[in-house]
Design a protein around this ligand. Structure first.
Ligand code: PMP
Ligand code: GLU
Length: 396
C-alpha cells in the first residue's frame, strides 16, 4: 500500500511532540495515570479579555473569508507589536498571518528553499524544523552545541557550517527545547559572520519572546539594520497568550518573501480563522504585562523542577532563561539496565519513563540532540512534584 503514497510522505517522520502527547492520551484513556510533560502547551485558560473579543467578533457577524494574509486591522496590530516590543519597522506588505507559527514556517521554507539548498539548524532545534526543511527538498545541516555553552551556537561554529550551498539559518530564541536565549551581542556576532555571506536568509522564531525570566533581554535579528532585509521574524500567540488551539501565527519579512508566502497560502489554506484573527488584534494591542502572571507562574515552576531534577543523580540541567522546558542531559543513564530494561539512548530513556514512571517526556533525538530529554513544565506544581518523584523512583 505504501506505493500509493508519495516518497515525500513515506520519508516524513511524525512530529515527536504531538506523537508523544497522543500516546499519553491513549494510555490515559486505557486507565493509566499518565502525567503529560511532553507537550509545549500552557495549562492556563486564554485570558478573558481575549475571549471576549472573540465572542464580540462572532456577534458582530465575522464569518467570511478573510484576506489571505490576514485582516488589515490585525496586520496593523502586528506592526504596532513589532515596533513596540522589538524595535522593528514593518509595513503591511511585509506581514502575513497564518494558521499557527507552524504554517508560517512551512510557508517560508516553501518560498525560499530550492532542492539541495542547505539550511543551518543549531541543535537542539524545534522538532519540526528539520522535517519542514526536508519537505521543501532542503538539506538540514545540524550544528552541535553543548550544555557547557548553554546550547548556543557560536560565531565560529556558524562560520564553519557555511558552504556555497547554504541558503538559510533557522533558530528559535528563547529556544524550544533548551530555553536558551541569544543575547543581543551573541546575535550580533552571528550577524557579523552572515555579513560575509549575503545569500543567507535568517528565520528568527520568536514565539517564546514573552516567556523570558529576566536574565537576558529578548533581542531580534531583524532589529539590526544590516540584517533587516534578509531576516524573517516568526511569532505567534500560542504560548504567551495561552492560545495554542486558536491557531494564529505570523511573520514580518522582506516584502518579496511575504508576497511569496501569501501566494502559497492562497493556494493551500486561504486566510486563517476569522474569529481567532479578531481576538488576536486585542491580544497584541493590549500590554504584554496583562499576561505576565503566567510568566511569573512558569518562573516558579522552573525553580521547582530544577531543584527536584538536580536532586536526582544522573540528571544534568542547564538553567533555561525562557520558554517552559528543561532539557537535562541524561547520558549518565546510557548503557545502564533499569528494572530489567536496557537504556541505550534518549529515546529508550523517554520510553522507560513513560512505561515505568507513567510520565510522558520527549526524546532529545527529536530535536537533533540525543543526549537529553525534554520535559515541559507548563503543568501544575502538583503534577510536576508527582512526576519528578516518580522519575526519581524509576531511576533509583
Ligand atoms: N516554533 C516553536 C519554537 C514552537 O515551539 C512552536 C510550538 N507550537 C511553533 C513554532 C509552532 O507554533 P504554533 O502552535 O503557533 O503553530
Ligand atoms: N510546539 C509545541 C511543542 O514543542 C507543540 C507541539 C508541536 O506543535 O509540535 O511541544
Amino acid at each position: 500500500m505504501s506505493n500509493q503514497l508519495s516518497e515525500r510522505i513515506n520519508s516524513l517522520v511524525p512530529s515527536a511532540t504531538l506523537e508523544m502527547a497522543a500516546k499519553a492520551r491513549e494510555l490515559r484513556a486505557s486507565g493509566k495515570d499518565i502525567i503529560g510533560l511532553s507537550l509545549g502547551e500552557p495549562d492556563f485558560n486564554t485570558p478573558d479579555y481575549i475571549k471576549e473579543a472573540a465572542i464580540q467578533a462572532i456577534n458582530d457577524g465575522y464569518n467570511s473569508y478573510t484576506p489571505v494574509d490576514g485582516y488589515v486591522e490585525l496586520k496593523d496590530a502586528i506592526i504596532t507589536k513589532f515596533k513596540r516590543d522589538n524595535n522593528i519597522a514593518y509595513e503591511r506588505p511585509q506581514i502575513v498571518v497564518s494558521t499557527g507559527a507552524k504554517q508560517a514556517l512551512y510557508n517560508v521554507a516553501q518560498a525560499c528553499i530550492n532542492k539541495g539548498d542547505e539550511v543551518i539548524l543549531p541543535c537542539p532545534y524545534w522538532v519540526s524544523y528539520s522535517d519542514i526543511v526536508k519537505l521543501s527538498d532542503g538539506i538540514p545541516v545540524e550544528v552541535e552545541t553543548s550544555i557547557e555553552n548553554d546550547f548556543k551556537m557560536t560565531a565560529e561554529q556558524l562560520e564553519a557550517a557555511i558552504t556555497p550551498k547554504t541558503k538559510m539559518l533557522w533558530y528559535s530564541s528563547p529556544c524550544n527545547p533548551s530555553g536558551s536565549i541569544y543575547s543581543k551581542e551573541e546575535l550580533r556576532a552571528l550577524a557579523d559572520v552572515l555579513q560575509k555571506h549575503p545569500q543567507i536568509v535568517v528565520v528568527s522564531d520568536e514565539i517564546y519572546e514573552h516567556i523570558n525570566y529576566g536574565v537576558t533581554p529578548h533581542a531580534s535579528m531583524a532589529a539590526f539594520e544590516d540584517m533587516y532585509d534578509r531576516t524573517v521574524t516568526v511569532n505567534g500567540v500560542a504560548k504567551a497568550f495561552a492560545m495554542t488551539g486558536w491557531r494564529i501565527g505570523y511573520i514580518g519579512a522582506p516584502a518579496h518573501i511575504a508576497r511569496a508566502c501569501n501566494k502559497l497560502q492562497g493556494q493551500v489554506t486561504s486566510g486563517a480563522n476569522c474569529i481567532a484573527q479578531r481576538a488576536v488584534i486585542t491580544a497584541l494591542l493590549e500590554s504584554p504585562n496583562r499576561v505576565q502572571y503566567m510568566v511569573d507562574e512558569f518562573k516558579n515552576r522552573r525553580k521547582l523542577i530544577l531543584e527536584l531534577l538536580n536532586g536526582i543523580d544522573g540528571f544534568k540541567c542547564n538553567e533555561p532563561e525562557g520558554a517552559f522546558y528543561v532539557y537535562p542531559d541524561v547520558t549518565a543513564f546510557f548503557g545502564k539496565t533499569l528494572n530489567g530494561k536496557t537504556i541505550n539512548n534518549a529515546s529508550d530513556f523517554a520510553m522507560y519513563l513513560l512505561e515505568e514512571a507513567n510520565v510522558a517526556t520527549v526524546t532529545g533525538d527529536a530535536f537533533g540532540n540525543g543526549n537529553s530529554i525534554r520535559i515541559s513544565y507548563a503543568a501544575s506544581e502538583d503534577d510536576i512534584k508527582e512526576a519528578i518523584s516518580r522519575i526519581a523512583q524509576a531511576v533509583k
